[in-house]
Design a protein around this ligand. Structure first.
Ligand code: KIV
Ligand code: ZN
Length: 388
């Protein structure tokens, strides 16, 4: 089995399905260029058949992007698939991603189709797509809530028709890591031709477990593609967050043993671009890309980090695109952090007693003010009363 984990970014398709996150063609193109700089393997650029605007956006991205595969979503029917192929014509590497729901609930209530009809439609859709494109992904929508024997039947058939990637969506974020991982593993074990396709995970975050479920799909299930979005953007509670899954696999390479081709220094610029474009603010304590992800406020932590950064940092801020980590000066800060900030500001204390006096003033101020900025320190040491 390959030790490369394929990163499939769907910010521009599933991410855009988030209410209020719709983007113009130009905005999508800008984000696609950033995703290419990030070196994602596959960019799902949109759903070409859903509107003329989406068709044009997929086409513009396909015509521009050279280093990532460009993908369009398509329902499992000839019209959608032909439209996706048309939009992707200019792509250096193209993928058609076709899907149909396979859970009893979705088949009966939404599609109003029998399982046999769904089986047949899935098979014919993949056959049609493969005649237009050598790279075809198939997703059984609501796959995790599907009957496993029926799912095996459908997936075996679409692999026979030439699907090159099989993606198992947890469409409604219902999965639990161990159960989802075992589900993928069971599918791979039961389907005789399973090794002819790359297995992929696609998890939503309704119970806050999209990243954990995706990682379990990789570790327990043997999936080698993760579908994710920048900042976890996506419908309802969002999708699996790219930055978290990538940094988990890189930071815990000892556990996963997998390579990712991502240029991690482009993560924070990508996060900022998606946030500015959509207006979706990133929460300060968001892993990897939140403003506080590498900030230290407590005196004990600041002292530790100033002595050796890995005392309280498992990743380097610089490795994910921050200019540095952050020591936030406030009432919990110690003398060491204060002294370090004075040095960074080019302020020299004449003696230990002068430093002690300045530190006492700083503590007094910090009791009244949540965060002490550089300007506060400059004002504080400029104040004559500091000198004993
Ligand atoms: O969540 C989902 O089921 C999807 C599919 C269309 C892949 O986004
Ligand atoms: Zn989805």
């Amino acid at each position: 089995m390959s030790d490369k984990l394929i990163i499939f970014d769907t910010t521009l398709r599933d991410g855009e399905q988030s209410p209020g996150a719709s983007m113009t063609k130009e905005e999508k193109l800008r984000i696609a260029r950033q995703l290419e700089r990030l070196r994602v393997d596959v960019i799902e650029a949109g759903f070409a058949a859903s509107s003329n605007g989406d068709f044009e956006a997929v086409k513009a991205i396909a015509d521009t992007i050279k280093d990532s595969t460009v993908c369009s979503l398509a329902r499992a029917n000839d019209r959608d698939i032909a439209r996706a192929a048309e939009a992707l014509k200019g792509a250096k590497r193209a993928r058609i991603h076709t899907f149909i729901a396979t859970s009893p609930l979705h088949m009966e209530k939404k599609l109003r189709m029998t399982p046999d009809q769904v089986y047949e439609q899935a098979r014919l859709a993949v056959r049609f797509a493969r005649n237009l494109c050598p790279d075809v992904e198939f997703s059984p929508e609501d796959g995790y809530r599907s009957d496993i024997d029926f799912l095996c039947r459908v997936l075996e058939a679409v692999i026979d028709e030439g699907a090159t990637t099989i993606n198992i969506p947890d469409t409604v974020g219902y999965a639990i890591p161990e159960l989802y991982g075992n589900f993928i593993r069971t599918l791979r074990e039961k389907i005789p031709n399973s090794d002819k396709a790359v297995w992929s995970v696609h998890c939503h975050n309704d119970l806050g477990m999209a990243v954990a479920n995706s990682l379990a799909g990789v570790k327990i299930g043997g999936a080698r593609q993760v579908e994710c979005t920048i900042n976890g953007l996506g419908e309802r509670a969002g999708n699996c967050a790219l930055e978290e899954v990538v940094m988990a696999v890189k930071t815990r390479r000892d556990y996963f043993g997998l390579e990712v081709g991502i240029d991690t220094t482009q993560i924070v610029p990508a996060s900022r671009l998606v946030s500015q474009t959509t207006g979706f603010v990133v929460q300060p304590n968001k892993a990897v890309v939140g403003a506080n992800a590498f900030a230290h406020a407590s005196g004990i932590h600041q002292d530790g980090v100033l002595k050796a950064r890995d005392t309280y940092e498992i990743m380097r801020a610089e490795d994910v695109g921050w200019s540095t980590n952050k020591i936030v000066l406030g009432k919990l800060s110690g003398r060491n952090a204060f002294k370090q900030r004075l040095q960074e500001l080019g302020i020299e204390m004449e003696s230990e007693s002068e430093l002690n006096a300045a530190f006492a003033k700083f503590k007094e101020l910090a009791d009244r003010k949540a965060e002490i900025f550089d300007e506060d320190i400059i004002a504080l040491v400029g104040d004559e009363s500091v000198t004993p």
